[in-house]
Design a protein around this ligand. Structure first.
Ligand code: ADP
Ligand code: MG
Ligand code: MG
Ligand code: MG
Ligand code: MG
Length: 743
């Protein structure tokens, strides 16, 4: 959540009256930024991660909760087995302490360990590095160190019995008594969410968050409803139906939920309702926004490059979703999915029934195919001034292995280049890679746009694709409107723009420079990753994405394929075991700049860099076998590690080729980076299991597990304790988890 402005947030009935005002000024704010920054050039490829944490509270046998005798956060006190784990709803206090430490450090001219901010759940915290990381390969080695520092910093201020977990979903979120301190019960009649499972006391106390929750529900006209298929085990009842939770039995009015299409409900007393049989029913924003993830933001040298990178990572998102899968358990049950994405998407789905296409359009303006939290619906394309990407400093670092000594094919230093950035307006002949691969046929899914906004942008010379992107974001209403902030100076503020932008939660986010900080340029945020248990793994995913970005620029890679196929992939990615058994569409012909890449790929891949040819039996290709624009259904291993029979080089060999093409970079730096790439390669081969598979296995092999899909308090306690120890780097436990975490 970027926006934590103070003020009085308006209820939905009031807020909606200002929606047009917010959009109109939001667009003026964007135009002001555009006019100021459209020709901005030469920004460095800085980047930074965001890690979200759950704050867990453990109970121990024989412990006196009041005296807090057992210190569990790594201060040398012997750990023993917990009997129960709950989410501690005191994380906002922890964040305040950590933020204070940053302030103190900054005042003394030091760089803090991390920058801590609150998140949606009162049991969550988010940390980024105190400053973004630099743009050299050496800087990539800072990621893991920084993540470790942040974890240590938090451990030191954690209360006894508490620990931060890097775990995507708390296994018993929404079960009875899943919060500490226990107290408020879910209030199905009066709370912001009307949840029968989660009380408002679990939501961050900042007024923004309960308002967001209530306004999403009110705008939608009913509670959010998510149904995850139950994981069917040998003793799972069939059909799987649940008892009514206590909060529902004490409710005087039934929650307002719609009648399901099939008229059936699973939870007695909850009729009419939309909980489906054989599914785990989730009914609140906290079930999605209370999950944790890993995000990476990187800066591009120019708006054109940012647009190009945004596009390049769109097809990569579902692939890395599958590989980072970490969410097999929801509300105390094993489910038949491995990822959080659809849950979080459903948890903030504010569309009316008309917008969802369930009723004819009467009062709503658009039919909207997707939730505000969903996959990207439009490629941006490089824009009209995009003729070949950026020549500096990425491309000149790639020197083919076989090029004769002393005759580099690309300039080696800034001084040798006429235009060090080379974006669009360079006359340099070195800019040989044509990277404008975009074709409108790739934008093949229905996308409503705000016509008024589109026209306003077009009047101001914004090209069709960018105008389309922004006017698609602007079909949404602002959800949280502060009374005090309605009138803004549009040349100084981007609050209204950000209000819409930051509540469009897609797999990628295109971030314009802020109006008041000249140090920050055009950025792209990669948002699909699930969280891993160790800092090493989270660093590996982050580093891999950054290296891939550099390889995209260095080799002029082209990943374009129709967005309908990308969407299909994101659904496939969430299925149980998709990393091993799923088949994903991916473009086969990904490297136009074959000469540059070919020499650097391992021998079996020579002359394959261009994909193409007839794929071996068993591989399905579209539109046909000979079309150079074809995409093929492949495994994660094919896509990541390459497949010679298929003639596909693989993203990992290309990233390795990129690293090998950096002869001036210290050997030890390259070796250290290779460790991360090795880890991603092993995950992709299936030599290392996904975090989701690991958690599922630990749960089902627990002595208390009865083969009935139920994750009891004791199983959850042991599981979270294990995740904590893995995160803290306990060598014994790490040894046990090495088939998942690598080292
Ligand atoms: P949000 O929550 O809006 O996505 P955050 O501010 O929490 O954004 O995190 C953004 C990330 O971007 C952080 O890791 C931060 O270090 C990084 N970052 C900040 N400035 C830059 C920049 N100029 N270029 C690239 N990354 C940046
Ligand atoms: Mg966050
Ligand atoms: Mg953030
Ligand atoms: Mg955020
Ligand atoms: Mg973010």
């Amino acid at each position: 959540m970027g926006l934590l402005t103070l003020g009085t947030p308006l209820s939905w009935d009031e807020a909606k009256q200002h929606a047009e005002h917010v959009r109109a000024h939001g667009i003026e704010q964007f135009l002001n930024i555009w006019n100021k920054c459209k020709t901005r050039r030469s920004d460095a490829l800085l980047f930074g991660d965001e890690v979200e944490y759950l704050l867990a509270h453990f109970d121990y046998e024989g412990d006196d909760e009041e005296t807090n005798t057992a210190k569990v956060n790594g201060n040398g006190v012997a750990h023993h087995r917990p009997t129960r784990v709950r989410l501690s709803t005191t994380a906002h206090e922890l964040v305040a302490k950590l933020a204070h430490e940053e302030e103190v450090a900054t005042q003394s001219g030091l760089v803090a360990d991390g920058h801590w901010v609150p998140e949606y759940g009162r049991f969550m915290a988010e940390a980024t590095p105190a400053r973004p990381f630099g743009s050299t390969l050496n800087d990539l080695l800072e990621v893991e160190k920084s993540m470790k520092k942040r974890r240590r910093q938090a451990e030191e201020v954690c209360a006894p019995h508490e620990a931060l977990l890097t775990l995507t979903v708390f296994p018993r979120l929404g079960c009875p008594d899943s919060f500490y301190p226990s107290g408020q019960l879910p209030a199905a009649d009066t709370s912001a969410s009307r949840s029968i499972f989660i009380p408002d006391s679990a939501i961050n106390p900042h007024a923004r968050f309960p308002t967001l929750t209530a306004n999403i529900r009110t705008r939608r006209g009913e509670k959010v409803a998510i149904n995850l298929p139950i994981f069917r085990d040998k003793n799972t009842p069939s059909p799987f139906l649940e008892p009514a939770p206590p909060s529902l039995l004490s409710s005087t009015t039934l929650p307002q939920v719609p009648v399901p299409a099939d008229g059936k409900a699973t939870i007695p007393g909850l009729l009419p309702d939309c909980a489906k049989p054989d599914h785990v029913y989730l009914d609140a924003m906290a079930f999605g926004m209370g999950n944790c993830c890993l995000q990476i933001t990187f800066q591009a040298c120019s708006v054109e490059e940012a647009r190009r990178l945004y596009d390049a990572l769109i097809p990569v998102a579902p692939i890395l979703t599958a590989l980072s899968a970490a969410s097999p358990i929801f509300r105390g049950y094993l489910v038949d999915v491995d990822c959080r994405w659809n849950t979080i998407s459903g948890s903030v789905d504010d569309r009316t029934r008309e917008e969802r296409g369930l009723e004819p359009l009467r009062t709503s303006t658009y039919r909207i195919p997707k939730s505000r939290y969903d996959s990207v619906s439009l490629y941006l394309s490089g824009g009209p001034n995009y003729s070949g990407g950026c020549g500096f400093p990425r491309l000149d670092m790639v020197t083919p292995r076989h090029s004769p000594e002393g005759t580099p094919q690309r300039p080696r230093s800034v001084a040798e280049m006429e235009d060090p950035c080379g974006c669009g307006d360079s006359t340099s002949s070195e800019k040989s890679v044509d990277m404008d691969y975009f074709d409108d046929k790739y934008n093949d899914i229905p996308v409503p746009i705000n016509q008024k906004v589109y026209e306003r942008l077009r009047e101001n010379d914004i090209d069709h694709h960018l105008a389309q992107h922004i006017s698609h974001l602007f079909i949404r209403d602002p959800l949280v409107v502060y009374k005090e902030l309605l009138d803004q100076d549009d040349s100084q503020s981007s609050d209204h723009f950000e209000n819409i932008q930051s509540t469009n939660w897609q797999t990628l986010r295109f971030k314009p420079p802020p109006p008041n900080n000249p140090n920050i340029g055009w950025r792209v945020e990669f948002r699909p990753l699930e969280l891993q248990m160790t800092d090493f793994e989270n660093a590996a995913f982050s580093v891999f994405v950054v290296l891939l970005v550099r390889a995209v620029l260095g080799f002029g890679l082209n990943f374009y394929m129709p967005l309908s196929k990308v969407d299909e992939n994101l659904q496939t990615a969430q299925k149980r075991d998709a990393a091993k058994s799923g088949r994903f569409w991916f473009r086969r012909n990904i490297c136009a700049n074959q000469d540059l890449l070919e020499d650097l790929l391992p021998a079996p891949f020579h002359s394959l860099a261009n994909g193409g040819g007839v794929p071996p039996p068993g591989y399905i290709t579209h539109p046909n076998n000979t079309d150079p624009d074809q995409h093929t259904l492949m495994t994660i291993n094919d896509i990541m590690n390459g497949n010679t029979t298929l003639g596909f080089p693989g993203l990992i060999p290309i990233v390795r080729a990129y690293l090998q093409g950096q002869p001036h970079v210290d050997r030890s730096v390259r070796d250290s980076l290779e460790r991360y790439v090795d880890f991603i390669a092993a995950k992709s081969r299936g030599d290392l299991v996904t975090t989701a598979s690991f958690l599922r296995k630990v749960a089902t092999e627990h002595p208390d597990y009865k083969g009935d899909s139920v994750i009891s308090e004791q199983i959850a306690a042991d599981l979270c304790n294990l995740v904590r120890k893995i995160g803290e780097g306990d060598p014994e436990v790490l040894e046990m988890a090495k088939n998942c975490c690598g080292v």
